[in-house]
Design a protein around this ligand. Sequence first.
Ligand code: GSH
Length: 261
Amino acid sequence: MLKLYEHPMSAFAMKVKMALNEKGLEYEALIPAGMMDGSAAGEFVAASPRAEIPALIDGDVEVFDSTIILEYLDDKWPTPPMRPASPAERARVRMIEDVMDTHYEPNNWGTMEVMRAKRATGAQGDQMVAYARRNIEQLQRWLDQQLGDRQWFNGDQFGWGDICVAPVLGRSTIGYGYPIATPRLAAWFERTRQRPAVVKVFDQLQAVLANLPDFPALIAAGKVKRQYRDHRLEWMIAAGGLSVVQDGIAKGNIRFSRLPG
Ligand SMILES: N[C@@H](CCC(=O)N[C@@H](CS)C(=O)NCC(=O)O)C(=O)O
């Protein structure tokens, strides 16, 4: 059976689970040990040398990175296809995916770092959450334009475009209660969250959100060292959290990318 290393809160893992569910593929979902403090090892790191989720194991084949996994799934199990048919439509949904992964997702990540992990509090924390809210509203207005009169981001059929938007928008809506900026986007989200493939994934997200650990205590005890990298690190600085980064380096409770090898 397929094995998926994942975490129910990860939008990148949610994308892959939605595709697997839509295709009716069975898989074993595993949360890798050592994700919280960067000490992951073994089969997971062999499959995902940056120690990032998601990672898919299909017999001898190991694939990391959500986009590459989605491509692999569509190549190996083309029915139902997640990619739209034409090159132009494929490019269109891949561009939406890129914006979700690089611009939208860091706002969810940063909200978590402030609201739940309490990396910043008081006026600084408020300013950072307000920054996330503004960005999310702007990006949702952009998404509304991308959707236009289509039924799905993918076109006539649910697919790649939708499974790349749903996890990220779902996390900010279900996870943090950020309102959806336009009625058209809200209606799309309602249609999407009724699909069995999506229901399963959001149920898992909600179960984890309802039982979050005491992050500030775990950080203080050295058991959580979040990875600060790429767009998330930029978000932290642009939102007004440079001192969070400096403090995290000084106290050793953040880390950067893990290099393969
Ligand atoms: N480009 C990757 C990004 C994956 C990613 O950022 N995963 C995060 C979780 S949401 C992760 O595993 N971070 C490593 C860590 O927290 O140690 C993808 O699309 O799969």
